[in-house]
Design a protein around this ligand. Sequence first.
Ligand code: ASP
Ligand code: MG
Length: 415
Amino acid sequence: MGLVASPAVALVVQKFGGTSVADADRMREVADHVKRTIKHGTDVVLVVSAMGKETDDLLKLAAEVSDIRPGREMDMLITAGERKATALMSMALFDIGVPAESFTGSQAGFLTDTTHTNARILEIRPDRVRESLAAGRVPVIGGSQGMSTERDVTFLGRGGSDTTAVALAAALDADSCELYTDVSGVFNADPRLVPGARRVDKISFEALLEMTATGCPKPAMRSVEFARNHGVTLHVRSAFTWEPGTWVVEEDPTMEHALVTAITHDTSEAKITLANAPDEPGVAATVFRRLAERDVNVDMIVQNVSAQGHTAISFTAPHRQVDICLEIMPALSEQLGSGEVTVDQHIGRVSLVGAGMQSNPGVAARMFEVLAEAGINIEMISTSAIRVSCVVREDRVEDAVQALHAAFELDKPLV
Ligand code: ASP
Ligand code: MG
């Protein structure tokens, strides 16, 4: 008689965001859900965020206590939020007869670099998580944290719990990674702006990456990148209704190539213009090298047609980095010999994302027509293979998103 291999037990990593574990009742609901999942024959590894707005509260508290906030101490402070949630979550599981075990990121084997407050994962050695599973427990891991090569506690940054979950799913070869949040999935426009916004049932990593890069707040972009690079199937879903949400998968031939998948928007950036700069080799290189040295996250860049040996370069950057730009740019124009710097804080960007537009040149034209019909002026344009973005006045963003959503019939169910 030959040996019969026992079928591998399914394994899922379930990550719960701050609102999903905001209080004792929520924790008990999550525990019930975990118990149900296990009953259906699936092993569960849990990742939890800090409860409610705790991360924000800890950041505020630190600012009240001191003007000097070393990264090492900030990380020790912030990770306490997730640590607290893991212990309470474990207790909620014990309470309904499910043995659990809490772990900090360090205990779970997350080795990171030393970039405090925004550390990168270098390696994961989840031995203790595996042992915990093998012993029939539910490992509960603190999201967004690890231990650095200098053996200090590190924080992976805002939204880092998504990355923790995806990284664990990859390391444990889980069947999928479920990201539970307070909305029921990925929507084809922000439901707060567009009442007819619809949930997307299935989306490719590429399309979701373009969406998160252009304003879709969840899931965190880093986690989507990580999932794509490691082939982790994601399921973004609600911890309030528990209904199936959005599956994020590798592009496959059976997937419908919607011309347009979603309309995203972003009002977190400002436009900075260097006008009247000399039109000669090396100017853009100098400007953007200097900005890069200060870690300015430059997004769209437009250089105008030159006139009389001078040109204008505009770019967008996050509002919070405008001060750095204003520090750098005047010295730059002095160095270049000419140039005036202006900042426009009242812009917004509206983007149209869809894999189908790769083979459809008319999409951009249609987008511009829709904006024109709504009397919305386009100030900057940029494109990628599956995205077209327009910068418009900030107070026209809502109109633009609504007009585009309607024009591309994203309110209608797919047939
Ligand atoms: N609690 C942290 C934050 O709010 C990490 C996370 O939840 O992903 O950014
Ligand atoms: Mg959070």
